[in-house]
Design a protein around this ligand. Sequence first.
Ligand code: DLZ
Length: 158
Amino acid sequence: MATSLKSLSEHSSKNILDISNKKFAIVVSEWNEDVTEALYSGAYQTLVQYGAAKENIIRKNVPGSFELSLGGQWMAQQEEIDAVICLGCVIQGETKHFDFICDAVAQGITNVSLKYNKPVIFGVLTPNTQQQALDRAGGKHGNKGDEAAITAIKMLGF
Ligand code: DLZ
């Protein structure tokens, strides 16, 4: 697993949180779907690798990254959900309102996390080109979906 975040075993080799009973929601933006599908695969496989039960991982799609905040809120407000992972990709060179979308989703996800007092993870790529996105979605720079999943698990063990 190529990732620039410390893996969980490096992070705390003695106390890896038992996540077999934790429930995760993964909210996936449909824009740039070749990228976001790869992010989803990384996040899903990493959760399973660290012990999440497949039936405890719920997937929901939203049309674009702008909608991740509301989709994330709909998931976070469900009591049984322990952590939410939001995955998207906004490509600067192809998106005139790049800054509006990125600022809105970053602030929106932060608000949801604080409102519901749960980890709501910002797994949104904001590269200049599609190649840079692919490099970070299972390519030469690893998979940010893996990192988003690891971040969720680390926060649950906080
Ligand atoms: C409209 C738009 C554009 C131009 N680019 C992207 C993008 O690169 N990545 C992304 O996730 N979403 C994009 N969107 C869609 C917006 O996120 C949103 O779905 C629409 O503005 C409708 O609210």
